[in-house]
Design a protein around this ligand. Structure first.
Ligand SMILES: NC(=O)c1ccc[n+]([C@@H]2O[C@H](COP(=O)([O-])OP(=O)(O)OC[C@H]3O[C@@H](n4cnc5c(N)ncnc54)[C@H](O)[C@@H]3O)[C@@H](O)[C@H]2O)c1
Length: 450
């Protein structure tokens, strides 16, 4: 089932609008709009639930500081009263704080609620916000369980409220360039794609120290982390998944550790643990997490060898799309270096993206895109340098512009809605279900849009 622009798929639309390859630089990169704000712009009343790292900085501090012409932050909520108080101080304003979501909505009357809690609670707040008459903006993954996905679909339909999902990975430079090239038909019909994600022993290991290590919180990394990648694939391919088969193992962390303790700070094995991590060196984390431990018992520096870890660190997934494209995806969180290899094979050629993390720059430069047309040598596709500042290479700024600045351009269809959020999460949910059932899982066995 392809997404359509009128009667044409987006790819056909672009082709017929005679945008060609040339495409190798032709599209406008969505950027901040000009500074002039029309006087008639009514400020959106925004409330936020989940005032941890992402909520207090990207969607808290930054929105209040840089988007005050478009919105007013009217309420902050978190189950941890100390963290929500700290978030208010960090944001630097007098925004009312709450530990009860319904009370926040009743007393602050927001138009839109931003949801940045632990993943497993996104669906609960998205649906509750809509039932209480608000639009919702959810961090990825939109949901971690098939029942949650269905409840979001049903609630959206019943309430008619608007939902956006913050897939900032769509705004990366190489991500956008790949979309332009694929939309322009540079490699023709896409037969297959390979997506390999490598997480190193710093970034990769960090997921196992946090709530992400528990499936009941994150839906495994197949939802938490891979939801970015499954969304990119759905968007790049302009297609929807129909069937998923997956394998997963826990090779390094959790029960595999040589010893374990509650958390790094108090650990008696510090000297011999090659993954020991000292949170006390990070002032922000001390304030945001350590000083708030008394409220919920959450350790941000929990032992990554704790037995409770029930997610995978090594995953392999096959996805069949309604367009016929076959995808091979892998995610490994135990790797000596960090980066991505993404390859598309089409009827007219091959497109390859290599993204190397900055820690690997002594091996090769950051991003490399190569295009092979059949029977021709590869060409290196240039990437324009980006002047936009902000988290994730400026992507966090671009997504906020599209969400909050009236009239922001969206030529590549980067604004992601309910169906995009569901289709990304559901691949992860189907993947862990396939691992558990040891057989392929059809998407229609998990959810229905009817
Ligand atoms: N798009 C991105 O690049 C990106 C980057 C980082 C995080 N995220 C997403 O942002 C979300 C938050 O991640 P984080 O790193 O800030 O985590 P975090 O642990 O710092 O914050 C999570 C917050 O949710 C609160 N919380 C937990 N359960 C709750 C509940 N039932 N009701 C209300 N509040 C609750 C916690 O107290 C905590 O303050 C996650 O969904 C994550 O996937 C996205």
């Amino acid at each position: 089932m392809k997404k359509h622009t009128g009667n044409m798929s987006r790819r056909e639309f672009i082709r017929k609008s005679s945008v060609s390859a040339a495409a190798l630089g032709a599209f406008t990169v969505a950027g901040p709009l000009s500074a002039a704000v029309p006087p008639e712009v009514k400020k959106i009343r925004v409330a936020l639930v989940g005032t941890g790292s992402r909520g207090s900085s990207t969607w808290g501090e930054s929105l209040v500081r840089d988007y005050g012409d478009y919105l007013e932050m009217v309420g902050l909520c978190d189950i941890n009263s100390k963290r929500v108080d700290y978030a208010r101080r960090k944001i630097g304003s007098q925004i009312p704080t709450f530990t009860d979501f319904d009370e926040m909505i009743r007393s602050t009357r927001p138009d839109t609620v931003i949801i940045t809690t632990v993943d497993a609670y996104h669906a609960k707040y998205v649906t509750r916000a809509m039932e209480l008459g608000c639009d919702a903006i959810s961090e990825k993954p939109l949901c971690t369980h098939a029942e949650q996905a269905q409840s979001i679909i049903d609630t959206c339909k019943r309430t008619g409220r608007r939902l956006n999902v913050t897939f900032n990975a769509r705004y990366g430079r190489s991500s956008m360039k790949a979309k332009e090239l694929l939309m322009a038909g540079e490699i023709g019909e896409i037969y297959s794609a390979d997506y390999a994600e490598f997480l190193d022993l710093d970034h990769g290991a960090s997921y196992f120290r946090r709530w992400h290590g528990l499936k009941q919180c994150s839906g495994t990394l197949l939802c938490h982390k891979a939801s970015h990648h499954f969304d990119q694939l759905n968007w790049w391919l302009d297609a929807e998944p129909v069937e998923v088969m997956a394998y997963g193992d826990l090779n390094k962390y959790g029960r595999n550790g040589p010893f374990r303790h509650l958390n790094c700070r108090l650990c008696v094995h510090k000297e011999k643990c090659d993954l020991y991590w000292d949170i006390t060196k990070n002032k922000l984390f001390m304030e945001l997490y350590v000083n708030c431990e008394s409220e919920d018992g959450y350790y941000r520096d929990a032992c990554l060898y704790r037995n409770a870890i029930n997610i995978y660190d090594t995953m392999s997934v096959q996805v069949k799309y309604d367009s016929g494209t076959l995808v091979t995806y892998s995610l490994n969180a135990t790797v000596a270096t960090e980066g991505q290899y993404i390859v598309f094979h089409g009827s007219k050629g091959r497109l390859e993206l290599h993204n190397y993390d900055r820690r690997s720059w002594n091996v090769a430069p950051g991003t490399n895109i190569r295009l092979w047309r059949n029977f021709e040598d590869a060409t290196v596709v240039p990437l324009e340098s980006r002047r936009v500042r902000g988290g994730h290479g400026g992507s966090d700024t671009l997504i906020k512009d599209v969400l909050f600045k009236p009239g922001a351009k969206d030529e590549l269809g980067q604004r992601a809605g309910m169906r995009d959020g569901i289709m990304s999460s559901i691949i992860g949910i189907a993947a862990y279900t396939s691992i558990e059932r040891k057989k392929p899982v059809k998407i229609t066995d998990l959810i229905t849009f009817a």
